[in-house]
Design a binder for this molecule. Structure first.
Ligand SMILES: Nc1nc2c(ncn2[C@@H]2O[C@H](COP(=O)(O)OP(=O)(O)OP(=O)(O)O)[C@@H](O)[C@H]2O)c(=O)[nH]1
Ligand SMILES: [Mg+2]
Length: 329
């Protein structure tokens, strides 16, 4: 399994000022370092990230999800090109836990984002290999920070809206958009209900040709079902329609996100949300690092089966057994 791209240059070679001035090669190198699973690279990657940190946070972070075939890649192509026209720099990151091979997931997508991938104002990065510390979302988070330091002011994170990764990515973005199909009858379209409840917007894609009417009906139905969705003081989830192939209403999607951003910044909700996300991220890593430490502790691994047996034999309480395990650390 190719879990990390091979690194043939000296890793001390990362030029942060080049990265900050928009040099794509410098950015690509830094991301490759962040994605590496080698312990010594991890340390260096953290070093680079720490230097980049003061220059992060300047983008609006948008997550786009939806079932396979709903048109995520096609939407991102149209949306990304529209944003570039408006003077933005767009980074596209993919999270795909179903792809164990680095770079596997976006191969097909690159053809759907052909024009966008050729633009110097866009940076498209495939999903890193999964299974690292922090789960599939960890490296994407770090990559997002590097892109921000490189001056990308819109970050689009694409996920496939059917799996576990959805929850791991939840705490990474400011705005969460679910793409849907025109299909009024089928209420949730295979999307998990928990995911819908997190959505800031539902966008019904493929609102074109013969599907136009159906898309309108679908919009009405979802708008009526809005009460099920999350409302905050500064935002009520919206329902829109668009066509990614015809480019209709792509501007409305951006107008909606801008409206959200202004409200979230003015109310302080954006900063508060990001602070909470950073804290959760820290706690998640502490949990995982502790687990790993436990796993690699010989004394604890020897003790665990014995204690399990004792708990089953009702000789010791689970609480005391857990205390004994932790004492090994
Ligand atoms: N008519 C119409 N077709 C669309 C639209 N957007 C996407 N499609 C088509 O739908 C198909 C799937 O689009 P993709 O962009 O690959 O969908 P995806 O959600 O990225 O799919 P996965 O990467 O497999 O999860 C393609 O054949 C697109 O051309 C649209 O707005 N209107
Ligand atoms: Mg796709």
């Amino acid at each position: 399994m190719c879990s990390t791209r091979s690194i043939s240059w000296p890793v001390t070679d990362i030029d942060l000022s080049a990265l900050r001035s928009g040099n794509r090669r410098a950015l690509a190198k830094a991301i490759t370092l962040v994605e590496s699973r080698l312990e010594r690279h991890r340390e260096q990657a953290q070093n680079v990230l720490e230097q980049a940190l003061p220059f992060t946070g300047g983008s609006i972070r948008i997550r786009i999800t939806g079932i396979p075939g709903v048109g995520k890649s096609t939407f991102i192509e149209a949306f990304g090109l529209y944003l570039i026209e408006q003077g933005h720099k767009v980074a596209v990151l993919a999270v795909d836990p179903s792809s164990p091979i680095a770079g596997g997931s976006i191969l097909g997508d690159k053809t759907r984002m052909e024009e966008l991938s050729r633009r110097s104002e866009a940076y498209i990065r495939p999903s890193p290999a999964s299974g690292a510390l922090g789960g599939v979302a960890q490296k994407t988070r770090e990559t997002m920070l590097l892109c921000e330091a490189a001056g990308y002011d819109v970050v689009l994170v694409e996920t496939v809206g059917v799996g576990q990764s959805e929850y791991q990515v939840a705490g990474m973005v400011d705005f969460f958009m679910v793409l849907m199909l025109p299909n009024a009858g089928d209420e949730l379209q295979g999307i998990k209900k928990g995911i819908m409840e997190l959505a800031d917007a539902l966008v019904i894609n493929k609102a074109d040709g013969e599907s136009l009417n159906l898309a309108r009906q679908t919009k009405q139905q979802y708008t009526a079902a809005m009460t099920l969705l999350r409302h905050t003081l500064h935002w009520s989830p919206q329902v829109l329609t668009c066509s990614s192939t015809e480019g209709t209403n792509i501007d409305s999607v951006w107008a909606m996100i801008k409206e959200f951003e202004v409200a979230a910044r003015d109310s302080g909700a954006l900063e508060k949300n990001r602070a909470g996300q950073a804290k959760d991220w820290l706690h998640q890593l502490v949990d995982e690092m502790l687990q790993l430490k436990l796993l690699h502790n010989t004394k604890a691994s020897e003790l665990l089966p014995q204690l399990e047996a004792q708990v089953l034999a009702r000789q010791i309480t689970p609480y005391s057994a857990a205390r004994l395990i932790l004492d090994c650390l």
